[in-house]
Design a protein around this ligand. Structure first.
Ligand code: GLA
Length: 533
């Protein structure tokens, strides 16, 4: 059995970064080694060291050091942010070891606070307490290692490019829930079960929310046969899938084409077929496949990324189980142009969303430029919803829900469904807005007016619906309430001057269509959303 481990050269998500003691970002070191035979000398620290800090779920986080000892003086590198590693220096006085990263300039004449390591070196064993840039500390033991162990593995061959057939799934944008935005690395089996319960008890399932998706940090490592194993937070994945299915819901899981995921848990690198089979045997219905760790192994290009996603796409296809395939590579190399060819059903179009107006506003409105790429079964994914997580106000969350729905974006809630306020429910469970998202025609949203693309402006968007009606969304991206509207004669979609009825999808009331103009007062960061027949 190999235990789950998290090595420092793999990529980390920004969310995880803040939690990781050593802030170990992608760190591939291609140095020429000065490793010596001092490994055999128990009193000499020279060589490679693997520091392991337990995470608390049966896995541990690994960081590699290379050290040289000259009497009491130590020099070396920690494999962190740069390919060459971050230089360190320190001392060994008796059994007391002290190391510190050398100051790194950060612009403006300042330097980055050092990472500091203090501990003991006794009987060939190194025990270390580490303090990161933010002053957070953790403890772990380091053992002798090798340069090879500290290096990312060699790339594996990728399949010859071919267009995979459409898997026929998610003809309307997928709806459900995902663990990452609220729980990150703390998600457990019990949370997933209670989230499935809440999906049903709130009635969200009846509105179309179907998938309960486990994001990163469920993995442990691999057994002797190479099968992926779960850490202590997930005792029995098959039983969990059965439970979620028993509620009439579907279950999703997460992996990476790299050796490690973004949170530095075990990825599917070299085990794609085996993992796809395992997911199918467990009864998994949805896979989010997140590039992260692959960036340390492959030099990335559109061809490489397509190859990596095609490889898992083919593995999923071979299982013959309907598994929604969600590509997560942050929009690099325009996946809206090729994601479907890897049998992808949805592809992230941007970096990670944060529960902040600025993040949601930037991500959401940047989607207008690529809105025309959506088709049934092929969805642009501007990332999961933050509604109910507390970082935005209700007007901002209504904008989030309205914009995502106008864009036919996946509606994957990211909040705690067990403790939702009535206001959060009224936003996530607005039937009339969900109907916009789920319109089977999936026609793209277009710009009617505004369209400067700049934060702070009013954007008026429209979208034709299958039944001949149109949706108009007037978004106030500014910091002050504003009065905005349109002339009835200017309506697109063949409705100019002919509209018979209009409905406000947030007040759930009819809007008078007489008079020359529609106008409403829109709060700062708010929206007026109309369906017009
Ligand atoms: C990346 C993804 C996130 C989440 C984390 C998990 O940052 O973009 O959505 O899956 O990884 O580590």
């Amino acid at each position: 059995m190999r235990f789950g481990n998290h090595s420092s050269w793999k990529s980390l998500s920004s969310a995880v970064l803040s939690a990781v003691l050593l802030s170990a970002a992608p760190a591939i070191h291609a140095q020429t080694s000065t490793q010596t035979s001092a490994q055999s000398n128990q009193n000499d620290l020279t060589g490679y060291w693997d520091l392991r800090v337990p995470v608390g779920d049966g896995t541990y986080r690994e960081t590699f050091f290379e050290l040289q000892q000259h009497g009491q003086a130590l020099t070396g590198r920690i494999f962190g942010r740069t390919p060459q590693g971050i230089p360190m220096q320190g001392t060994l006085t008796g059994s007391a070891i002290h190391l510190s990263t050398v100051p790194i300039p950060i612009g403006g004449g300042g330097t980055r606070p050092p990472m500091v390591f203090d501990g003991t070196f006794e009987g060939g064993k190194l025990s270390i307490e580490s303090r990161n840039h933010a002053g957070q500390s953790t403890k772990g033991d380091a053992e002798r290692s090798t340069r090879e162990a500290a290096m990312p593995p060699a790339p594996l061959p990728l399949p010859a490019p071919r267009d995979l057939p459409d898997n026929g799934l998610v003809r309307t944008p997928p709806m459900g829930w995902n663990s990452w935005n609220k729980f990150a690395g703390r998600i457990t089996d019990a949370d997933i079960r209670s989230m499935a319960d809440a999906m049903v008890s709130t009635g969200m399932d009846k509105l179309g929310y179907l998938y309960i998706n486990i994001d990163d940090t469920w993995q442990l490592g691999r057994d002797a046969a190479g099968n992926i194993t779960m850490n202590e937070k997930f005792p029995n994945m098959k039983a969990l899938a059965d439970y979620v299915h028993s509620k009439g819901l579907k279950i999703g899981i997460y992996s990476s084409p790299g050796p490690k995921t973004c949170a530095i848990y075990e990825g599917s690198f070299g085990h794609e077929d085996q993992d796809a089979k395992t997911y199918a045997a467990w009864g998994i219905d949805y896979l989010k496949y997140d590039l992260c760790g692959a960036r340390a192994v492959y030099s990335l290009s559109e061809a490489t990324e397509r190859g990596l996603y095609q490889k898992m796409g083919e593995a999923l296809e071979r299982t013959k189980r309907p598994i929604v395939y969600s590509l997560c590579q942050y929009g690099d190399f325009d996946p809206w142009k090729w994601g479907a060819k890897t049998s992808g059903n949805l592809w992230r179009t941007t970096g990670d969303i944060e529960d902040k107006w600025k993040s949601m506003d930037k991500i959401g409105f940047s989607q207008l430029a690529i809105a025309s790429y959506t088709r049934p079964g092929r969805w642009n994914d501007p990332d999961m919803l933050e509604i109910g997580n507390g970082g935005m106000n209700a007007d901002e969350y209504r904008t989030h829900m309205s914009l995502w729905s106008m864009l036919s974006a996946p509606l994957i809630a990211g909040n705690d469904l067990r403790t939702m306020s009535d206001e959060t429910k009224s936003i996530l469970m607005n039937k009339e807005v969900i109907a916009v998202d789920q319109d089977p025609a999936a026609k793209p949203t277009q710009i009617l007016a505004g369209g400067s693309g700049q934060p702070g402006t009013v954007e008026t968007l429209w979208r034709p619906m299958q039944d001949g009606s149109i949706i108009i969304g007037i978004f106030n991206r500014g910091e002050q309430p504003t009065v905005a509207g349109f002339e009835w004669t200017s309506l697109p979609g063949g409705l100019a001057g002919k509209s018979r009825s209009a409905r406000d999808l947030w007040t759930h009331q009819a809007v008078p269509v007489d008079g020359a103009k529609f106008a409403s007062t829109i709060p700062a960061h708010g929206v007026t959303l109309l369906r017009i027949h």
